[in-house]
Design a protein around this ligand. Structure first.
Ligand SMILES: [Zn+2]
Length: 470
């Protein structure tokens, strides 16, 4: 049982297997913690989670690393605007990201390193690149990667026939420094006035690392010079992943990641997501509209990851219906889905669902098969075919639980009991509501964080709020 997955580097579907014959070691580029992640970001994280679950439910061990970008232009600028220390600012958004991940039932990575906690590793990688003649310090103090000195550059994104310099993203072009060639990108950015106190000492003077070197250095530290799979949204193929490969392979002369897994864009109501269109929905935005995280998760995994997925409110409604069918099935077969320590591995009657998942993570096909199976089993149940056949019932229960583990769907089978809210929690929540009304967003966020840390979620309505257990 091997997962076959499309590989962006070779443009073909290839087996995913561990090079050490034991554990599939993989990396996913994490969020920049300067604001809430939107559902487009979460499409990538949900699909990476399904990737891991499909491996684990087929009995494969995994080691998952996802970074946190806690220093870059955006985090620095935004923290200054809010008058917060960079660390306090990024801690706040890291907590929010983790909360959202938990709500979406994403498995926690085995390691979640941040850029700021890996400055020495980034400096030493830059030094290795300079020593190898692949990087240089320019007159402004910044250090650049010499793209012309790495002949493999452009292999992942197939840029050979195109003009690399015209494909620069806004993220890069916003950092105009004194470089030898327009294609060269910054490894170390010399301190500028607008960086304030956000700088580190290095052999090239005060400054901070570039974004690309962060992922390369973190991968090398936590996964080694060569590992099994690297992943991210399709918008990261160029320049980010291309640069990550260059920075590592230029000094190790080894294959950096053996497999590249990219997830296509999310559209909203047929349109590209953008700030100006106001459709960069966060989990909180959708919860305020009455949608549940599990419905959002279902929708995000309902499309093929290689195709753009159109997020619509109609499809969220369809997700709700689909989940209620699964819940009905669970009730009928009395399936207890309390989360176990590890994921199930026995699909039983649902093995054809697993087959679809192992075939390039074909989640829409897998869901189609799942509903066909539960319809047939439900009909058999209605005909009383399982009466007295407890072994058969148990096989179905196990298979269904494993299938839900693979999709990461946590069904709420039991009706929720009313929960008692302690007075201090109620008081904290009242204070947060007052801060929100007073538009003191900093304090409101801080109190929301405190509530979350004590296990409570706040859901705002129009004129009041509700509290729920995390
Ligand atoms: Zn990255």
């Amino acid at each position: 049982m091997v997962l076959k997955l499309y590989d962006t580097l070779t443009r073909g579907v290839r087996d995913v297997f561990p090079m050490d014959e034991q554990t599939v070691r993989f990396y996913g580029c994490g969020p920049t913690v300067y604001g809430p992640a939107h559902i487009g970001n979460f499409r990538t994280f949900v699909m990476q989670d399904v990737f891991r679950r499909v491996l684990e439910t087929s009995g494969q061990k995994t080691f998952h690393v996802r970074n946190l970008t806690d220093v870059d232009d955006k985090t620095i600028r935004q923290s200054q605007e809010e008058g917060l220390k960079l660390e306090d600012f990024t801690n706040k958004w890291t907590a929010r990201f983790r909360k959202d991940c938990k709500l979406l039932n994403l498995m926690s990575p085995h390691a979640e390193p941040s850029a700021v906690s890996h400055i020495p590793e980034q400096i030493s990688l830059i030094q290795r690149l300079i020593d190898a003649g692949k990087a240089y310090q320019a007159s402004d103090g910044s250090v650049y990667f010499k793209v012309g000195a790495f002949s493999e550059y452009g292999r992942l994104s197939r840029l050979a026939d195109r003009e690399i310099t015209t494909n620069e993203t806004s993220r890069e072009s916003s950092d105009e420094y004194d470089r030898e060639s327009a294609a060269d990108f910054a490894l170390w950015k010399a301190r500028r006035v607008e960086d304030g106190e956000n700088y580190w000492e290095s052999p090239w003077g005060q400054g901070r690392p570039g974004w690309h070197i962060e992922c390369s250095a973190i991968c090398m530290k936590h996964l080694g010079e060569s590992f099994d799979l690297h992943s991210g949204g399709v918008d990261l193929v160029f320049p980010h992943h291309e640069n990550e490969i260059a920075q590592v392979e230029a000094v190790t002369c080894k294959t950096f990641a053996r497999h590249w897994f990219h997830i296509a864009h999310l559209m909203v109501e047929g349109q590209k997501m953008s700030k100006s269109l106001g459709n960069l929905y966060t989990l909180e935005d959708l919860e305020e509209k009455g949608y549940k995280p599990e419905e959002i998760r279902y929708l995000l995994l309902s499309g093929n990851y290689r195709q753009p997925l159109n997020f619509t409110f109609d499809s969220l409604g369809a997700a709700r219906k689909a989940l209620s069918k699964l819940t009905d099935f669970s009730r009928k077969f009395q399936i207890d889905q309390s989360p176990g320590k590890s994921l199930g591995t026995d699909f039983g009657d649902f093995h054809s669902v697993q087959e679809a998942l192992l075939k390039d993570l074909n989640t829409p096909e897998a869901l189609g098969r799942l509903f066909k199976i539960i319809r047939e089993l439900s009909e058999a149940f209605e005909r009383d075919e399982f009466n007295g056949k407890e072994d058969e019932m148990n096989r179905i229960r196990n298979g269904f639980r494993t299938t839900m583990d693979a999709f990461g769907l946590q069904l709420k089978v039991k009706d929720e009991e009313p929960v008692e809210i302690p007075l201090e929690i109620r008081n904290l929540a009242e204070r947060r509501w007052e801060a929100k009304i007073a538009k003191d967003w900093g304090l409101a966020d801080q109190l929301r964080g405190q509530l979350f840390n004590r296990g409570w979620l706040v859901k705002d309505g129009k004129d009041s709020f509700e509290l729920a257990k995390v």
